[in-house]
Design a protein around this ligand. Structure first.
Ligand SMILES: [Zn+2]
Ligand SMILES: [Zn+2]
Length: 71
């Protein structure tokens, strides 16, 4: 079971809900656990089949976490 985004097979193609800007993949959420743990707790707790990536909008810098399906 690997994440295709982590391994470079796929690129995340998400757009910002606020401004429609392109969102950059900042890597796995776990790498940012300390900084973001305040509000990310329990978001995807039950879904072990997803690799969580932190995305940041290139325009307004809003961030969000998305679960990438692991195959
Ligand atoms: Zn990943
Ligand atoms: Zn934005």
């Amino acid at each position: 079971m690997i994440c295709h985004v982590c391994n470079g097979f796929n690129q995340i193609d998400f757009f910002c809900e606020e401004c429609g800007g392109k969102m950059n993949d900042m890597g796995k959420r776990m790498d940012y656990e300390d900084k973001y743990s305040a509000y990310l707790t329990d978001l995807y707790e039950d879904n072990v089949l997803e690799c969580e990536h932190l995305l940041v909008c290139t325009s307004c810098f809003r961030d969000r976490v998305v679960g990438i399906r692991v195959e």
